[in-house]
Structures are given as C-alpha cells and as structure tokens.
Write a protein that binds this ligand. Structure first.
Ligand SMILES: Cc1ncc(COP(=O)(O)O)c(C=O)c1O
Length: 431
C-alpha cells in the first residue's frame, strides 16, 4: 500500500523531521555535569554524579537506597538474583539462584522484565494482563497461586507509565510470603494511590534508556530499603571484589555499575521529570480529544493512579478491526471502509515520517518462551486454549491488546500541529 498516493490521505505532506515515539530531551544541565566529570577526571564508575543521583532519586521516589547501574536490565538481573538468594539461599558460581523454581511474571511487557528469571535458571510462569490497567491481572495471579502455591517470587511491570494494581498484588504476595521485584522502568514518576511506583517491590527498578521519561542515554537504578542489600548490589555490580589487598572473589560478580559520565546526564535530567510528565499528559489528552469520534479508546487510566503518560496508546474496538493476520515476522490486512487495524495505522503514520509501535507482544506468545506456562483470570493455561477469543469472550487479554492496540508517537518535543496531522492520519485510516 502506498499511503502517499492513496486518495484517503490526499493533501497530507510527510514530516520533514521524523516525529519519534519517545526520544531524549536534553536541557543543557546534562552537559554541565558531563563536563564536570571530564574536567575533574572522574570518568569512571565512581564520582560525584553517581553520589548525587543515588541521594536524589530514591529520596524523590520514597525509598531508602538506590544503586546506579548500567541499565534497567542489569538492575532487574541483580534484583532477581538478590530475591532468589534471599528466598533459596546462595548458590555456587555455576548455578542460577532460581534453578528448579517457578516465578510469576507479567506477560504483556518487554522481554527485559522477564529474561533475568531465565538468566538465573528459573521458570517464568506468565500471568495474563487485566483490561483495567493493561498490567498483571490480580485475578490471574490468584489462580496461579491456586495451582502453584509454592511460588515465592513475582516480577511485576507497570506498562507505558500506568501503575498496575499494586495493593491487590502486594496483598496476594503477602498472603503467600512471596517477594515482589517491581519493574518501574517505564513508570518513573507515576503514582498509585499517591505513592510512587518503585515503592511497591521488595526490590524495584527504573531505567534511563534513551526512550524513557528521563534518560542518561542508558542506565538504570535498583531500589531497596535495606542498607545491607544496597551494599551487596554495589559489590555484585563491581565484580564482587572482596575487601582484600588483591582481587579476591568469593561470589560471582558483574560489570553492571553506572558510569559517572552517564550519571551526569541523569543528574541533569532529574529536575525535568515533572515537566516531561506534564508534556506527556498533554499529548495523551490531545489524542483523547482528537480521536474521541473514532471506534477506539485510549490506554486505561485507573482512578487511583496518576501515570507519567510515557506513551499514549489506542485500542481499536473489535468490530472496527479490519481483517488482519500476523505471522511471526510479517503482518497483512484487508483494507475495509470504516475499519482499520494497528498494522494499517502504524504503516500510515510511518509513511508520513512518524514512529509508532505495536503493543508489546505478550511473553507467552514469544517463540523463546513457547513452552512456559501461561495463566489467565479463568485459570486457563495455554495447554487448554491458545485462542484469545473463545465463543465471543476474550480469554487472553494480552493477545487481545497485541491484536487491537498500538502506541502512538508520544515524543514530548512533538508540536500540536504535528500531533494534529497524526490524529488526522488516524481518522483517514478509518475512512
Ligand atoms: C518494561 C521495561 N523493563 C525493562 C526495560 C529495560 O531497561 P534498559 O533498556 O535500561 O535495560 C525496559 C526498557 O528498556 C522496559 O520498557
């Protein structure tokens, strides 16, 4: 399909500069702290920028300790390893701490949320998503504990900046003496009942990846309320050196510490978190208003939450979906008047030089996790049903969101004029 010659899109000109899904927004202070690191020669994994962000960010969130690491993924790995060690004891260097154990994991998420379970030899059991928040379904989690009451670890992600049902999931976890690793990579600054995400896990993580609400180009942070745990994470992240006159190693180590140069960028970004959130909120509201007449809805905002609106997403009504099939790597659709689908909308906006993205493909549909157990709110797992709609009822919310949903360009530097054009393109997809 050539959208530029399609009469439905006549009169629309491609953007001269790409409108991104979510790109870094620098303000100038970042340069100052990076320069300071270079001027003072602290171009290393120690330095003032690291010290400052390890003070400022946990204080902002409401946690006692934050450890600056090389990425959100590294932070998740160490969080999962620490949780596993606390639950099942330390293991020899050649053995994962979760070997032989199941872990309940968010299903609709980026694979970085769940891969650390596999790094540690554990078996991720995927818990279906709920329509209310697009996060882990407490109902499905309860069903999972009915089947596997021995499980002691939950990995919970908050998608697109909207918190999951933290209280309900914490209550279920506590009833089973389970720990929570909270992946707040996408939700820095979001509130659940007035409390920041990053406060709900025994160990919690944020990311400073280039597309996040604030960025260091890379980097992540792990939060804990235990000084001993924070010290252990720092030690593990710097190759587990013992306090000895030579390189002495009694535990497995990692090179996961954040650089002081990266920390300088993060330090410069921290004061702008609220400004970025306000810009993203406006983007969300403008889409909501501009798309209100179409057969779709925005990603849900549960009443007890104040998200950071990191990405604005839409979900097309089932009866407004044109016929579409997704294979493992390609998708096709049949154009139909009055209807559309994520593939058509994403292709149309891409043709005019703007970037969207499908909703995360659920982990239970990923070939790499094809043999893992998947539990829905009905207690069904993939052994009984692989179809997401069964006799008219949605039985697999994650697959349904992937089928009907997409993330819209949500860059905080997008102008209102650019956003109006994107809204116009989406309207025309339904013509
Ligand atoms: C939900 C989620 N978890 C984890 C990560 C991993 O963070 P990083 O890219 O900093 O490793 C990301 C994003 O990148 C993410 O979106």
């Amino acid at each position: 399909m050539n959208f530029k010659t399609d009469p439905r899109f006549s009169g629309i000109m491609p953007f001269q500069y790409k409108v991104w899904l979510s790109s870094p927004t620098m303000h100038g202070d970042e340069q100052r702290w990076v320069d300071e690191a270079i001027r003072t020669n602290w171009v290393s994994t120690v330095g003032e920028n690291i010290n400052v962000i390890e003070e400022e960010i946990p204080a902002k969130i409401g946690r006692k300790y934050g450890v600056a690491l090389s990425s959100g993924t590294a932070a998740l790995h160490l969080a999962v390893r620490l949780a596993g060690e606390r639950l099942y004891g330390p293991q020899p260097a050649n053995k994962g701490v979760l070997e032989g154990y199941k872990v309940f994991c968010s299903d609709t998420t980026f694979d970085a949320t769940v891969n650390p379970v596999a790094y540690e030899g554990g078996e991720a059991v995927f818990i279906d998503t709920e329509p209310d928040s697009w996060n882990m379904s407490p109902e499905a989690l309860k069903k999972a504990f009915e089947r596997y009451p021995e499980v002691k670890l939950i990995v919970l992600a908050h998608l697109y900046g909207t918190p999951g049902k933290c209280d309900e999931i914490r209550a279920i976890a506590d009833a089973h003496n389970a720990l929570i690793v909270e992946d707040a990579a996408e939700s820095f600054g979001s509130l659940y009942r007035g409390i920041q995400t990053g406060c709900f896990g025994d160990y919690s993580v944020i990311s400073f990846n280039g597309n996040k609400i604030i960025t260091g180009s890379a980097g992540g942070m792990l939060f804990t309320d235990s000084g001993a745990d924070a010290r252990k994470i720092r030690k593990w992240s710097t190759q587990s050196r013992e306090d000895a006159a030579w390189y002495q190693h009694e535990e497995l180590g990692y090179n996961y510490r954040m650089s002081n140069v990266i920390a300088g960028i993060v330090r410069g970004q921290v004061p702008y978190l609220e400004e970025h959130i306000a810009q993203k909120r406006e983007i969300f509201n403008r889409y909501k208003e501009g798309l209100a007449a179409l057969p779709l809805r925005m990603n849900p905002i549960p009443s007890c939450t104040e998200p950071n609106y990191w990405l604005s997403c839409i979900l097309i009504d089932e009866d407004a979906m044109c016929e579409t099939v997704r294979g493992e790597k390609r998708a096709v659709y049949v154009e139909e008047s009055g209807k559309s689908c994520p593939t058509e909308i994403l292709s149309a906006i891409a043709a005019f030089n703007a970037e969207g993205r499908p909703i995360w493909k659920p982990m239970h549909l990923q070939p790499v996790y094809r043999n893992n157990i998947f539990i829905t709110a009905d207690g069904v797992n993939r052994g009984r049903s692989n179809a997401y709609i069964d006799e008219g009822k949605i039985v697999d919310t994650g697959a349904d969101l992937f089928h009907r949903g997409l993330c819209l360009p949500s860059d905080n530097k997008m102008t209102t004029e650019q956003q109006d054009i994107i809204i116009n393109i989406i309207h025309r997809c339904f013509m």
